[in-house]
Design a protein around this ligand. Sequence first.
Ligand code: PLP
Length: 379
Amino acid sequence: MDIKYFDNAATTKVKDEVFREMLPYLRLEYGNPSSVYSLGRTAKRAMEISRRRVASILNCDSSEIYFTSCGSESDNLALKGLAYMQKYKKTGKNHIITSKIEHPAILNSARTLEKQGFKVTYVPVDNKGFISLNSIENAITNETFLISIMFANNEIGTIQKIEEISSIAHKNNIIFHTDAVQAVGNVPIDVKKLGIDMLSLSGHKLYAPKGIGALYVKNGIEFERFLDGGSQEKGKRSGTENIAGVVALGKACEIAQKNLPQYMEKLKTFRDYFFSKIQEKFPDVVINGSLENRLPGNCNICFKNIESGELLLKLDEVGICASGRSACSSANSIPSHVLAAIGVPSDIAKGALRITFGDFNTIEDVDFLVRNLERIVKK
Ligand code: PLP
């Protein structure tokens, strides 16, 4: 059966160019980048080229990029790395501000820190998923050292007012981190222009494989490591580097940067076409999130009187891959914390469907999806 993949926020297929670039580093150039001989030096060189490519898509310096194993690790390193630095340096600062709609990598890191004595404020969002700037300002105390707000939401695609939030942080001498796992490669990001101090990204959301991520940390910001071991990544992230993954991430960033305007336009066309068709076929469908400041490929809708679990299984029977909420929570029957935060009643939230388009989709795929939704939902 032909697979029609509409779950690009969960993960993406590795692109041919990315695969070709990483392949030699698995079997031919398999050296450890810490080794002094030429096989090791070749791996190290490849890693540094990749670091420059990742830095380029963010407009930062390559010395500000730390490779990790995934977006979750980058989020953990940002929050815990900064928190442990406050403790270690006895700064007396112990308060973090984040939002209610963050990914579990942030929410659960924050909860762990709360258990260790840190204080966390989880600011609310409005019915489109936007964080109110006032609520951030009101949450700031003399102890606040970090504001961590996601760039774009993984379920409803809402893009936050990053520049405004970072400027509030900086006016109060607070570091600003953003989880940009869903945004890198989907929207332009210039960390200098936007005033971002730390940023998490993940390879498998932009056509590189799973198992590679990165954390951008502006030069001058001190943070502690939480994985003890060797001195890789300037001692901040121990463990022999995943060179093939690093090379893949670099290539994926290079492609994404080059193709961004056309890519965004293509995804927006699919998204807007899907929304218009679905509203035409189902006048009472609920569209979750903002229609303006939204990731180009993200659609999130609720059908009334439908259980999304059942709907997803029916879609799977015809080869359609989609999700009800984020991939890491999809096995969980509790309604989405994101939909709850934007005020979607739980009986409607249980009918949520997330469609996220990607580079391999075509407009015919969208028609196929709409046709099948019509058939299944109406039945
Ligand atoms: N942050 C966001 C917003 C995400 O969507 C995800 C993954 O879906 C992550 C973090 C975690 O990334 P990874 O799967 O690379 O650990």
